[in-house]
Ligand binder design. Sequence first.
Ligand code: ADP
Length: 320
Amino acid sequence: MNQAAPAIVADHLTKRYGDQVVVNDLSFSVPRGTIFGFLGPNGSGKSTTIKMLCGLVAPNGGRGSVDGHDVVREGDAVRASIGYMSQQFSLYTELTVEENMEFYGRAYGLSPQRRAQRRQDVIELTGIGPFAKRLAGQLSGGWKQRLALGCALLHEPNVMFLDEPTAGIDPVARRELWDLLFRLAERGVTMFVTTHYMDEAERCSSVGYIYSGDLIALGTLEQLRALPGVRPPGTVRYGVHTEDVMPAFSAARSLPYVTDTTIFGRDLHVVVSADVTPDRLRGDLVKSGCTILSVEQINPSLEDVFVALTRARSSAPAAA
Ligand code: ADP
C-alpha cells in the first residue's frame, strides 16, 4: 500500500436519479490520518457521496478510490478496509457491551483469538471497560456512540465513514467522542465525518461543503476564510457583543456602510467598509438606542464562510 497516496479520492464523481443530478462532478482527496468534515444542508448529497465511496451505489460518472481500491471495480476490498458508523448504528440493546463487540467481531469474520485481542484494544481505546457487562440499551447516548464506534473499528479499518456520529448526544459526550477521533487519526486512521455542528467542522483537518449536489467550498479553515466571497476586498468583519441583539441587527442592516449582518447568539457579525472603525460602528448602533458591550474585529467563523458562500450561490443566476 502506498502510504503517501490519499486515503480517499473522489474524481469528478457524479450521481443522477432520473433527471435529478444529486451529486455533481465532485472532486477532492483526503490524506491519510486526517479528518475530513463533509457538510451541507439535508438533501444536498452527503449520504449519496458516502454510499458511492463505500461502493454501495454506482456513480453515473467519474471515479473514486478508498484506501487504494477503486470504488466500482473493487467494492469488496473497499468494504473490507472501511468502517462505517452513523447515528442509527445497530447496536443490540439486549446484549451487553462485550456481547455486541463479540457479535460484530464474528460478523467481520475475525478468528476467536483476534476477536479477544481487538475487543481488548477497543475497550482500551474507548474507555468503555467499566461498562463491559452493561446492556447496550442501558448506556447513555454518548457511551452508545462510543460503543458503536468501537464495534465499527473491530476489523481495524484504515478509513472510517462517520455519518453524523454526534447527532443527539450532549456537548460533553460530543467532545469526548471527538477526542477519540483525534486519537484514531494519530494512529493513522483517516476519517470522513458529516456533521451539522460548526465547532466540530472547525476541528477537522479540512472540510468540504456540498450544496444541491455541488461542492461549493473545499479546503482548510484558513483557506476558506480567505476566499474572496467570504472576505470581500475592502471590507472588515466586526463582532458586536450586545444586550439588544434584534434591535442592533435591524440598526446595523440600515447603516449604509454595512454589507452583511448575521446573528450568532447574543453577538452580531457585521461586515463593513474597511474605512469604518469599531468606534464609529459602536457609536451608530448606540445612537439607535442599543446597548453595545463591545465591538472588535474578528475572523470569519466557518459558519460565516458557509453563510456567505450559500448566499452567493442562491443569488447567482441558474446555470444554463
Ligand atoms: P443528504 O445526505 O445530504 O441529506 P442525500 O444524499 O440523502 O442527501 O440525498 C440527496 C438527494 O438525492 C435528495 O434529493 C434525495 O431525495 C435524493 N435521493 C437519494 N437517494 C435516492 C434514491 N435512491 N432515489 C431517488 N432519489 C434519491
